[in-house]
Design a protein around this ligand. Structure first.
Ligand code: SAH
Length: 234
């Protein structure tokens, strides 16, 4: 796969100019040269093979050669809602969810949750999504949603989606999906755990409690384990 660069702009075959951090990355970090082939993407589901025409101090001119539409998304919508882990672990979680094909991530606000992410933090996470997409070849960006209260989130109307709630006392039966569902939502609680009231609310709204073994997992481990169960091989 050629080196990929993100550009937040509608793309069509023909000339295009890359500026800012991506131009710097192409010219100074990757040390690419005129004539080299690269791949541009803008999150619209396509990718745009292009050739470098000219490299100037602050901008790079490229010629987009064609539009490709490789299939790299999961065959169903996968959403993960979890309290944002602290520090670098938040970036780790967002990066891995992006690689595994998750469509959206919702920072969850729970009774025992600690982190309420700022706008700046959410923007930084969206930047992490772009970096992970450059590396893994995704042409659709995982959405980082606004934070949601668990009590509101869990009560959303459903049209038959699969709802999994990771819980240390949940059923250990492996929740394999028999058929490809339209949508799977996965929820993980905060380090302090869900309160009994929160678990009861989840049950009321059809969330299935899933156990992942007798060890207590970090938020990001539990989230990734369930994402893998839902997406295995797809
Ligand atoms: N003391 C807390 C542990 C919280 S760990 C408790 O008893 O709930 C953070 C979150 O990770 C949990 O809320 C749960 O959603 C998930 N988790 C951790 N270990 C798990 C396990 N063994 N099985 C299923 N979910 C788990």
């Amino acid at each position: 796969m050629s080196q990929r660069f993100y550009i937040n702009w509608p793309l069509v075959p023909g000339p295009v100019t890359l500026t800012g951090a991506e131009a710097h990355h192409l010219a100074s970090v990757c040390r690419l040269r005129p004539g080299d082939a690269v791949c541009l993407f803008n999150g619209d589901g396509h990718e745009y093979p292009a050739r470098i025409v000219e490299i100037q101090r602050r901008q790079v001119t490229l010629e987009i050669e064609r539009i490709d539409t490789p299939e790299r998304e999961l065959p169903f919508t996968l959403e993960v809602a979890a309290p944002l882990p602290k520090g670098d672990r938040a970036q780790f979680l967002v990066e891995k969810l992006t690689e595994l094909g998750v469509a959206s991530f919702v920072p969850l606000d729970c009774d025992r949750g600690v982190i309420r992410p700022s706008e700046a933090k959410l923007e930084k996470l969206q930047r992490n999504v772009i970096e992970a997409s450059k590396q893994c070849g995704r042409n659709v960006l995982m959405k980082v949603d606004a934070p949601a209260r668990w009590t509101t989130y869990c009560a959303q109307p459903t049209t038959g989606e699969v709802r999994w709630l990771a819980h240390p006392h949940g059923s250990a039966a492996s929740p394999r999906l028999e058929r490809v569902p339209g949508c799977v939502r996965i929820v993980v609680g905060p380090e302090g755990g869900f309160t009994d009231e929160e678990v009861a609310a989840g049950r009321d709204y059809g969330w299935q409690l899933i156990g992942l073994g007798p060890r207590i997992l970090r938020v990001e481990t539990a989230a990734l384990a369930l994402v893998c169960l839902a997406s295995a091989g797809r």
